[in-house]
Structures are given as C-alpha cells and as structure tokens.
Design a protein around this ligand. Sequence first.
Ligand code: APR
Ligand code: PHB
Length: 399
Amino acid sequence: MRLRKGKTLRTQIGIVGAGPAGLLLSHLLHLQGIESVIVEARGRKYIEERIRAGVLEQGTVDMLVETGVGERLKREGLIHHGIELRFNRRGHRINMYELTGGKAITIYAQHEVVKDLVSARLAAGGQIFFEAGDVSVDGFNGTAPSIRFVTDGKPRELSCDFIAGCDGFHGICRPSIPSGVLTAFDRTYPFAWLGILAQAPPSSNELVYAYHERGFALLSMRSTEIGRLYLQVPPDEDINNWPDDRIWRELHLRFAADGDWKLTEGPILQKGITPMRSFVVEPMQYGRLYLAGDAAHIVPATGAKGLNLAAADVRLLAQAFADFYSSGSTHLLEQYSQRCLRRVWKAQRFSWWMTSMLHRFDTDSPFDQRRQVAELDYLTGSRAAMTSLAENYVGLPWD
Ligand code: APR
Ligand code: PHB
C-alpha cells in the first residue's frame, strides 16, 4: 500500500535509531552546529530501560565528560582499575591502571548513557521521533536522501543531506543497501550467555572472568547494591530451564575458589539470554547512507566492546560531517569506513580472543582444554601478555 504523502520535514543529518550510536552522533553534531533529527522505532521508556552491557572504556568516558554529558556518569559510575581472571580455583588480578599508564574502565549501564543523551538532546531542542512506524530510507544513492516513517498515525518524510544508519543489528538501514555492495564477515559461537540482574551487593570490587570446566561465568555489577552476572549456556537454551535456584547453584560452582571468597546471593530482578556473535560489514557506507554501531558490526560480549565501538564510529562520523559542512571537503567522509574498520577489526580480534580463551567449546579435545588453561596461566604470569590484554580492555587509541 502506498502511503498518502505526509508532511515533509528537513534536516541536515537524518538519523535512524536512538541507541547510543544515534544519540551520541546527534549530540556531537549539535556541538558542531549541525542539525539532525532522530527517528526511533521504540518508545522513550523502552530505550531508557533496556538492559544491555555496562563497561565504558577510558576514551568513551572522556568523550562523554568532555562533551558535557558526563555529570551523572562521574557521580554514579564505578571506576575500576583492574579485572580478575579466575581458573583452577584461583583468582589473578590484572592491574590495568598500572599496565596502561593510568587508564581505567567505568561501570555505568548503557541505558543510563542513553538516558543522559536523550535528556541532553531534548534540553538542547533536539528532535527525536519515538515510536516511529514503517521506517524506510530512500534516495541515498543520489543527492536527495530521505527517511519515511509514520508517527501518530500520519506518514512523514524527513529529507536530509545524509542518513546515519544507527538502527542496530536488526535495523532496516543495512538491508536497504543494494545486494552485492556489502561484504559480511560473520562468526557465530556455539553458546550464549544467560545474564541476571540481582539485588545483591557484588561479591568482588572488580569484574571476575571465570574459566571453569562447566563453562564460563562473569561477575559484573551495576552499583554497590546490584550485581550483574552471566553464565555460558547452550546457544538455543530456554530461559525457563533456569529457575533462580539453578542459576545460583551454577554460579557458585563456576566461581568456586580456594580461600574465603563467597558469592553473595539476592533476589533476581531480571534474566535473559544473549547470543554470542561476531559480525562486520564492509564498507560501512553506501552513497549518502553511513552505518554506525551495531548496524555495521557486533561483537561477542566477552570483551565489553559493543557500546565503545559505537562511540568510536560516531566520533569519526561527526568529524567527517563537520569537515564537510565547514570546508565542503568530502575527504573525511570518503575515509570514514576505512578508518572505522581498522579499529573495528582490532576490537573484533580482541573479543574473539577473550571469548575463545574463556569459554568451553563442546568440540574441544582434552588437548584444547589443557591449551586454554596454559594460555590463562601464561597470560596471568607475563607482564607483556597482561599489558596486551589491559591496553585492549581499557580501549585502543581512537586513531
Ligand atoms: N527504525 C527506527 N529505529 C530502529 C529500527 C527501525 N527500523 N530498528 C531498530 N531501531 C532502533 C532500536 O530500537 C534501537 O533503539 O535503533 C536503535 C539501535 O540501538 P542499539 O541496538 O543500542 O545499537 P547502537 O546504538 O549501535 O549501540 C551499540 O548496543 O547492542 C548494544 O552491545 C551493543 O552496546 C552496544 C550498543
Ligand atoms: C556487563 O556488566 O554487562 C558486562 C561486563 C563485562 C563484559 C560484558 C558485560 O565483558
């Protein structure tokens, strides 16, 4: 069915998706005096409450603070100088702060970043269409791109100079690029993560990544009162197979350590299962449509890189648009994909490496399992190897 032609709006950059990528891009553009409008399929409440990851690299924190959206992050974020790797019932701390010359990570939930960015955009008069239906992108192969959508039951058309596809892995922007243009690089892992949010003070001050013969487990947190914990489970696992007591039993087994360390339990507030996948498309651009964040690439959660990669992409994209509007040069826009992908692939490598080292694979032989433990043993005993992990974990330089 063809929609009746609705009211046409105009902006410089039309952004699809109000996740971290779309919101931060809109914010950075605003600081450069460039107008944008965001079209988001979901409601404000939904995006502000959606439970996602929560580790911010040093560079991401610095960018949020320097651009004026880091007030609450500075107040409520938990700064961590190290992480623990646990295997063979022993913990080994990696002192990232010392190994990287003073860099750290900050624990601050992705939906809190989203809340801060939404409120900054709205306070600055930014326009976000929430609950947009039938979103489609058009005209990006020429000079008149547009985003069509339905809001309050009325069809709308947003015409713009460029479109930023920030609509996540399941969005419509990437599939709107003609077939044959993009090359996809994909790896699925034979397991998923069962994640819980628990009303339980975290049992460690820092994150604990545990390798265990029963499978990987991760202890993370959202605050000094709320724990976030994960278990490796089969890829097609049904959450109904995991009543709360089974989850705690399994967590106790996988985190078991010599000494007096104890896992604190508490009511489970939320639980869900996340698949593990590595995915990249090249290039991240076609005509006047630029992809950023999960729309272009996803990483398995082990390296905690998803949100940080989205921030790195939109930093470059905002720079490229700013250069275009101030000088008329398309040079940085042409370089966008190549510059992003260099860093994206390094984060892909790191996420794949962490995932491969820490999980149990059904196909692994006893040889592979001994090799995994030897790798962890080497890593935690070598300053060079720990430095490599630390510099990737806190975030590689932007360029
Ligand atoms: N039209 C408009 N909006 C859409 C559409 C659509 N057809 N499809 C999806 N969206 C919205 C989603 O509702 C979501 O709010 O696009 C947004 C994409 O946000 P994210 O999935 O958070 O992706 P991104 O902003 O790239 O952030 C990357 O998210 O998945 C995590 O681990 C990932 O932390 C990383 C971060
Ligand atoms: C999280 O806190 O959600 C988290 C932390 C570290 C990871 C992945 C997720 O590697």
